[in-house]
Ligand binder design. Structure first.
Ligand SMILES: Cc1ncc(COP(=O)(O)O)c(C=O)c1O
Length: 358
């Protein structure tokens, strides 16, 4: 049997990590600012990096909150900004770990179907009429697991409703900078800075092991999170933030993003071409960036059987049901994280998939 092709996790290939540059940045920043970086921070986050992020998002450092990954900040949001039992809207499907965190915090989760251009506004409005949410969790750019992007008109309507009905939106955007084609709409945060908490990190643009994530949002949210973080662990790890800062101010981040785009864009082309060739009748999303393309498999497919039989054709697949609040809705859903697949494995992966479901 040929080697198994793993289509489970959305991880960057290890070959993309700029380790030598990071060693250099680590040494440079420690020599320059070691006393600060080795000390407890006074408020969460390394100030120079906060300033850099604020400039990137055209805002002020007082609106930036740093954490050990964006996921940790989302966990803090569920613990501080939302009361237990709060009504929270998410996309259907959505990032599995966010569902888990909302569940763990005891939220009442309502999922709203997503279309090629973002969440369905008709369904959203219907749910709004049933009850106003405290928070809406959206992945607006290159959604995980769908690969779709919320259109500008939908962003504007969602921002309008947030104002009108008085709810917050968490915009989770770790893939935003990885656009391979098409036009970039503004972030929801740029449209409604008082209503939107924008999460992002350096996991997909540099290396996830650094665990450097951030939120840009209103000052009231930043101060609540700051208090919570301080009472949890005083502050997040500053050394990796120092490394990231050095990396960014040296102009290396931009170059790395360009390098990643050159690597990933052909993978997206290749997966789309292979899907068109070997599975032309299976409906799929048309991402313009990010990590994922997703398939809506034929009626005959059952997830348990699919997962059990995958090994026989040399594939490892992720359980689509994990991305749904109601797992049964994901019985025929498949996410393909094309970025983590080696270029030469892309076509064979789709051929094997076609054998499995054909
Ligand atoms: C939508 C989304 N949010 C957050 C994360 C986690 O990012 P971080 O490494 O910053 O916690 C991921 C990672 O796959 C993701 O897809």
């Amino acid at each position: 049997m040929t080697t198994t092709i793993d289509l489970t996790r959305g991880m960057p290939p290890a070959s993309t990590f700029p380790t030598e540059d990071l060693i250099h940045c680590c040494e440079k920043v420690l020599r320059r600012d070691g006393h600060t970086l080795m000390q407890y921070g006074r408020s969460p986050g390394y100030a120079p990096l906060k300033e850099w992020i604020a400039a990137y998002h055209q805002t002020t450092p007082a609106r930036v909150f740093m954490g050990n990954s964006s996921l940790e900040i989302f966990a803090f949001i569920t613990q501080t900004i939302l009361p237990p039992g709060a009504r929270v809207f998410v996309e259907r499907p959505t990032y599995d770990r966010s569902i888990l965190l909302l569940r763990r915090a005891g939220m009442h989760i309502v999922d709203i179907p997503i279309e090629q251009d973002g969440v369905s506004l008709e369904q959203f409005e219907e749910e709004l009429k049933r009850g106003v949410p405290r928070l809406v969790y959206l992945i607006t750019d290159f959604q995980n697991p769908m690969g779709t992007t919320t259109s500008l008109s939908k962003r504007q309507q969602l921002a309008k409703w947030a104002e009108e009905y008085d709810f917050l939106i968490v915009e989770d955007g770790p893939y935003r900078a990885l656009r391979y084609k098409g036009e970039q709409p503004p972030t929801l945060y740029a449209i409604a800075p008082q209503r939107v908490l924008h999460l992002s990190s350096f996991s997909k643009l540099l290396a996830p092991g650094l665990r450097v994530g951030y939120m840009v949002g209103n000052e009231a949210a930043v101060s609540k999170l700051t208090e919570w973080a301080t009472n949890t662990y005083i502050g997040p790890v500053t050394l990796t933030q120092g490394m990231v800062y050095e990396y960014c101010v040296s102009g290396l981040l931009e170059k790395n993003i360009e390098k990643l785009k050159r690597l990933y864009a052909p993978k997206l082309e290749a997966i789309q071409a292979a899907l068109q060739k070997y599975l032309p009748d299976v409906s799929r999303t048309q991402p313009e960036g990010g990590y994922y393309v997703s398939l809506n498999l034929p009626e005959s497919v059952r997830m348990d059987a699919l997962l059990a039989n995958a090994a026989s054709v040399g594939l490892k697949l992720s359980d689509g049901r994990g991305f749904f609040v109601n797992p049964a809705d994901g019985e025929r859903f498949l996410r393909i994280p094309f970025c983590s697949v080696e270029p030469e494995d892309i076509e064979p992966a789709v051929v094997r998939l076609s054998q499995l479901i054909g």
